[in-house]
Design a protein around this ligand. Structure first.
Ligand SMILES: Nc1nc2c(ncn2[C@@H]2O[C@H](COP(=O)(O)OP(=O)(O)O)[C@@H](O)[C@H]2O)c(=O)[nH]1
Ligand SMILES: [Mg+2]
Ligand SMILES: [Zn+2]
Length: 291
């Protein structure tokens, strides 16, 4: 039976890209009973019913599963922040990074609207924060073309999502890489009513270089619900690599003695701002657990 990938889901129909073209499919009833549902990004088996139509009968196991937006098998997150309009908010950037790490995604940081920055040192300062954490930082501009080729080459051969607050230029970047996408840009931030996000269409777009991207808001749920305190440090790579040198197992790198992370912060090896955000997120997790 044909195998393929769900590239779009619209009101109960799954559009499966197979070697023989795109099939419009329903999901077999058994998934509902198992409280399982196919997701965009799933690799599935299709049982043909009539030409171009079929039923999804099996879902291959997923390498990752994002809840908001609902998408499976994403491998990479392009975390987007703009240098201007709005200016970079490092706390928000770190929040997106934690969520990407939590899903074990490869990460690229993309600083957009480079054309609006006069001082190159401004960008260097941000790169100096994220280089030691192991994140590649790309500066882009859809007006001058800066960084667009580099970004496109980073997207080849894997499924990526773009994450970042509204207005930072995610859709503009996708349009620059894939002009036929013709995504709407410049939309003002809307307050979405409850439940609205479920009707929002998630679509996987194929890139000429062979990779795929999904234009989604990306991790629109940015609270740390259901996150264990001890899991947070693992989402900061520069802390995670040092945690085995902390005296105590399960060290939260806060008040504990002989903590390798706190020592690295004091020596300036871990960025103080990143560490401050870590403590702030840790506090948020603790507050949530109280209820
Ligand atoms: N100057 C400048 N403006 C940009 C750039 N990229 C996007 N914008 C503008 O930023 C606004 C938001 O862009 P959009 O792609 O819709 O952001 P999204 O909400 O993240 O998808 C639009 O008015 C774009 O024209 C850029 O590289 N330079
Ligand atoms: Mg957009
Ligand atoms: Zn520690």
């Amino acid at each position: 039976m044909p195998q393929g990938q769900i590239v779009r889901a619209v009101s109960g129909f799954y559009y499966v890209r197979t070697a023989e073209g795109e099939w419009q499919c329903r999901a077999r009833g058994v998934f509902k009973k198992r409280k399982q549902s196919p997701l965009v990004g799933d690799v599935v088996t299709v049982e043909p019913t009539e030409p171009g139509q079929g039923v999804v009968t099996a879902i291959a196991s997923r390498s990752s599963e994002l809840v908001r937006p609902p998408i499976a098998n994403v491998e990479q997150a392009v975390v987007v922040a703009s240098m201007r309009e709005p200016g970079v908010q490092l706390e928000l950037l770190d929040r997106f990074l934690v969520h990407a790490e939590r899903e074990h995604l490869r990460v690229i940081i993309c600083l957009t609207k480079g054309d609006l920055v006069e001082e190159a040192t401004e960008v260097d300062k941000i790169a100096a924060v994220y280089d030691p954490a192991g994140y590649p930082v790309l500066v882009t501009s859809v007006h001058t073309g800066q960084g667009i080729t580099e970004l496109a080459s980073q997207l080849a051969e894997r499924l990526s999502v773009f994450a970042g607050q509204s207005g930072v230029g995610k859709s503009s970047l996708l349009n620059a890489i894939l002009p036929e996408a013709e995504l709407a840009t410049g939309e003002v931030s809307r307050k979405l009513g409850r439940g609205r996000h479920t009707t929002r269409q998630v679509e996987i777009l194929a890139l000429p270089e062979g990779g795929q991207v999904a234009d989604t808001p990306g991790f629109s749920q940015l609270s740390f619900q259901q996150m264990e305190e001890t899991a947070l440090g693992e989402c900061f790579p520069e802390m995670s690599v040092r945690a085995s040198h902390c005296k105590f197992r399960g060290c939260l790198h806060h008040n504990e003695p002989q903590c390798a992370v706190q020592e690295a912060v004091e020596r300036g090896e871990i960025d103080a701002g990143r560490y401050r955000h870590y403590l702030q997120f840790l506090d948020e997790i603790r507050q949530q657990r109280r209820y």
